[in-house]
Design a protein around this ligand. Structure first.
Ligand code: GLA
Ligand code: ZN
Length: 685
């Protein structure tokens, strides 16, 4: 990986500030379109995202294209020194098209075709829709390829892997299976389909509606991911060809689990995210902030540290949530700086201007229905615009974490479908987050990675609940430890292969040698029940004498691993609950039970000290405050954020300039509740 990347588009080496802009909805309001430009300048907007759902405005009747409105939008932006993140319109299919070609609408599991409505609901296989998109995107690329405003392609909008059970999709699925399994016998074998007499004798019998065939439903999810990716590649092809130098992205939803974005990342020039944290909800802002950071660190790692785009964020409220609560003063700046702290080179919004009608008219916008700059939200956005202007030096910088948490979507799909050991509280994401959290609290840079991510840069790899582990993943993890890495593996790991078939071995299957554990089974506890781990050997980690565990307790044995903690009660009292095993040059810990935040905090702190993994700032951070780093190897940018409700004082180790307040700070800095600072520290004087 690198520490300094080119700007997203080298023709604009600055932070991008923009948002979804829908001039197509305002064509009969020319004064509004003029006013938009004045207001954008006031807010420091430099690259709005244009034409996202504009198919109807671009092609109101089949083959009849209307470019005038988009031409004048692009020209107006360019004339005023701005750029466009230009969209392709496939996110919403036009009514006439669904009317004429019903095959572009999805079919439900019960065989009913969905009526035309909403958006994000086209069939990903339909040759008609694919060719319409290619046609449209060819026109767009040809028309704007030399336009000075064209900065980035925003392909479609929030693709999802929602199922379509039409004949075209089912037949594509069967083809996909043929390519994967070769013979129907092999497929039956991999799906263990003798169970309940589910054996297939013909490919045509395969219909992905049976949740009891785990292998099939897992493949159905994988197929849908690949089919949607294939759709994206098809509609992007003309853009690639006609405008090879314009970066291509499509906006992703970090909390959405329908697609495995890690498989998409190599096919995008830059990743972009739509992020709508429900700030100020009862979970508390520090918990919310940590969970957002987890996602940011996941997407940054998908492209090995390359900066990404915050394509959408709310200027204040979202309106699709049960409660549309406003961002409190400070939170807009903090949330915007948080994205940059974790690698974004943009701050963009949904939406620039609130429409007069439709379901998003009450979603926050930079410009609300009053149409003026005289609102708290507008001022907040303009303040971010001012700060971004001071951040040219940060563009393209990155970070090289020494710690990674493995959080893998394919594993998640398999794990969540499994019936056992608990139906509820599998909590894969929450568990990965619990392991991640102490690093966020300490201000230690960390990546969140998929199962096939390169491990060579890390000193510490935490792989919680690695239920599905492919042999090759196990081999790479074993290599990582053999060569000196430290591994943390947990309960409910190494159980199935990539077809979701249990290994015929003690758990953790292909990783058993690395941890030197034989895991007989996992005991699931009812909510409210607990066990305790008593420490018997500290391993120099500074752990407490005991910790409470709950929900999952593996019953394990070991020959050569050192037992660090044992269960206090139940029929497995005195058997190991925490072990460490020397393997090659490295060490592998096995955490046999689900512990609380107290254990995670102490364990992570101990591991960092033992492995010489340093936080961004040397002084301890107050509760609710985190520190993140971006650097080009010469200049360090330290991002501080206070997610707590109280003011905090943070000890610094020298002299800095704060880009948020535009002032210098020495030795200590005070952050108000939801306060943010971006400190410039020169590493080499
Ligand atoms: C998504 C979509 C936008 C808009 C926002 C509202 O992220 O991409 O078009 O609907 O949500 O929050
Ligand atoms: Zn379909």
């Amino acid at each position: 990986m690198a520490l300094k990347y080119d700007p997203i588009n080298p023709k604009f080496p600055h932070m991008i500030h923009g948002g979804d802009y829908n001039p197509d909805q305002w064509q009969s309001y020319p004064e509004v379109l003029q006013e938009d430009i004045r207001l954008m300048k006031l807010a420091g907007i430099n690259a709005p995202s244009v034409a996202i759902f504009s198919w109807m405005a671009l092609e109101p009747h089949e083959g009849e294209y209307h470019w005038d409105w988009l031409d004048s939008t692009m020209d107006r932006l360019a004339k005023n020194g701005m750029y466009a993140v230009l969209a392709t319109p496939s996110g919403a299919k036009p009514v006439w098209m669904a009317d004429k070609y019903p095959e572009i609408c999805r079919v439900r599991q019960d065989g009913q075709r969905e009526p035309q409505r909403g958006r994000h609901n086209h069939c990903p296989t339909s040759p008609v829709y694919r060719s319409k998109c290619v046609e449209m995107n060819t026109h767009l690329a040809e028309r704007y390829k030399d336009h000075p405003a064209l900065l980035v392609w925003h392909v479609s909008n929030e693709y999802n892997g929602g199922p379509c059970h039409c004949e075209l999709c089912l037949s594509a699925f069967r083809q996909w299976l043929k390519a994967r399994y070769g013979t129907i016998e092999n497929l039956n074998d991999c799906w263990w389909s003798r169970f309940w007499s589910h054996t297939f004798t013909d490919w045509e019998q395969i219909n992905p509606v049976d949740e009891s065939i785990h292998g099939m439903m897992l493949d159905w999810r994988r197929f849908r991911n690949e089919q949607m990716l294939d759709f994206y590649l098809t509609e992007s092809a003309p853009l690639r060809k006609i405008t090879p130098n314009v970066p291509i992205t499509t906006n992703m939803m970090p909390y959405f689990d329908g697609l495995d974005y890690a498989a998409w990342a190599p096919h995008l020039d830059v990743l972009s995210l739509d992020v709508y944290p429900l700030w100020h909800n009862p979970a508390g802002n520090a918990n919310i902030g940590a969970s957002v950071a987890f996602q940011y660190d996941r997407f940054r790692a998908m492209k090995n540290g390359k900066p990404w785009m915050l394509m959408e964020s709310a200027p204040s409220v979202t309106n699709w949530t049960p409660v549309a609560k406003h961002k409190r003063p400070g939170m807009h700046m903090l949330a915007s700086m948080q994205a940059i702290a974790h690698g974004s080179d943009t701050v963009q919004y949904f939406q620039w201007r609130a429409g007069r009608g439709g379901s998003e008219k009450f979603h926050s916008a930079v410009v609300n229905h009053d149409g003026t700059e005289h609102t708290r939200i507008f001022r907040g956005v303009a303040e971010v615009g001012e700060v971004l202007k001071r951040m040219d030096g940060i563009v393209g910088t990155s970070v090289e974490p020494q710690v990674a948490v493995m959080f893998d979507v394919d594993n998640r799909w398999a794990l969540e479908a499994a019936q056992g050991p608990r139906r509820e509280h599998k909590d894969y994401e929450e568990t990965a987050l619990a392991h991640y959290r102490p690093f966020w609290d300490m201000g230690v840079p960390i990546d969140v990675i998929a199962h096939d991510h390169d491990l060579s840069q890390y000193k510490l790899l935490i792989a919680p609940m690695l239920y599905m582990v492919r042999q090759e993943t196990a081999d790479r993890i074993a290599d990582f430890v053999r060569q000196g890495g430290t591994l943390v593996l947990t309960y409910w790991s190494g159980i199935v292969d990539e077809y979701d078939r249990c290994y015929m071995a003690f758990r953790p299957g292909p990783l058993a040698d690395v941890v030197d554990i034989r895991d007989e089974d996992t005991d699931a506890l009812y909510e409210g029940e607990t066990n305790t781990m008593n420490l018997v050997d500290d391993d120099g980690l500074g752990l407490a004498e005991n910790y409470t565990c709950s929900l999952y307790c593996d019953i394990i044995h070991t020959d050569d691993a050192r037992v660090l903690g044992t269960y206090a009660s139940d029929f497995y009292a005195d058997t190991p609950a925490l072990t460490v095993h020397k393997y090659g040059q490295g060490r592998a810990y096995y955490v046999a039970a689900r512990f609380g935040a107290d254990f995670h905090t102490d364990f992570a702190r101990g591991l960092c000290q033992k492995l010489g993994i340093k936080p961004v700032l040397s002084a301890a951070l107050p509760e609710g405050v985190t520190a993140q780093l971006r650097t080009d190897g010469e200049t360090d940018y330290v991002f501080l954020g206070n997610y707590g409700d109280c003011p905090q004082e943070i000890t610094l180790d020298g002299h800095y300039v704060d880009l948020v307040s535009d002032s210098s700070v020495t030795d200590t800095i005070h952050l108000s509740p939801y306060g943010a600072a971006v400190l410039v520290r020169t590493a080499k004087l």
